[in-house]
Ligand binder design. Structure first.
Ligand SMILES: C[S@@+](CC[C@H](N)C(=O)[O-])C[C@H]1O[C@@H](n2cnc3c(N)ncnc32)[C@H](O)[C@@H]1O
Length: 198
């Protein structure tokens, strides 16, 4: 069992620091580019997040949630049934069957602290997102926590993320956003929205 699976199997939503009441920041950023309901959207390390619920409720028909944890995805299945595709996988080893229109990652990339892992992630996302497609990414900000769920993280500024993904992506938008955990702790995040080069 991975440590992530243990978290989802033993803690409920209110005991997980990343839980939001709704995808207040993810949703507008995901909807920003195109409201086309058939576009393919993948939530990387989506866990039990309600982003997928919000997209299905708006009529999106090609939504995938990928996560290491089967228990997290079972929570999603319990809410949404077959309305979304669920993939148990390590993002560093996953290739989508077709290029995706939009790749969303809230609080996953920052767990890759080794440059080699970061480069593998860069390679995966660059190959997975179609030319002209969108990549929405949220990581802990430079003044954010140094750990999450007992694991070390890398904290990123928008300029650092722009540099890290510069071979495949152009930065369109960035913002710092404060996430408040279910028990009231502040967690500053850096949000970026990228366009895959044509
Ligand atoms: C901090 S949680 C964020 C969950 C979700 N994105 C959200 O905003 O609520 C990190 C998630 O990433 C998943 N995860 C961690 N490493 C992963 C990997 N290498 N591949 C896929 N998922 C991963 C964990 O299982 C967990 O669900």
């Amino acid at each position: 069992m991975t440590s992530w699976e243990a978290v989802y199997a033993t803690k409920d939503a209110a005991e997980r620091s990343w839980t939001e009441t709704g995808p207040s920041h993810s949703l507008p950023w995901v909807l920003e580019d195109s409201p086309q309901l058939s576009r393919s959207i993948v939530d990387i390390g989506g866990g039990a997040s309600r982003l997928a619920d919000s997209l299905v409720a708006r009529g999106f028909t090609n939504v995938t949630v990928l996560d290491l944890s089967p228990s997290a995805l079972e929570e999603v299945r319990g809410r949404l049934g077959d309305a979304v595709q669920l993939v148990v996988a390590n993002v560093l080893e996953w290739d989508p069957p077709q290029p995706v229109d939009l790749w969303h990652d809230r609080a996953v990339f920052h767990f890759f602290v080794e440059p080699e892992e970061q480069l593998r992630y860069v390679d995966r996302v660059t190959r997975a997102v179609r030319e002209g497609g969108t990549f929405v990414l949220a990581t802990f900000a430079p003044n954010g926590p140094e750990q999450c769920s007992g694991l070390p993280v890398t904290r990123w500024s928008a300029a650092e993320l722009e540099d890290r993904f510069s071979q495949g992506f152009q930065l369109l938008q960035s913002e710092e956003h404060l996430h408040v955990t279910p028990w009231g702790a502040n967690q500053p995040f850096t949000w970026v929205r990228f366009r895959r080069f044509q």
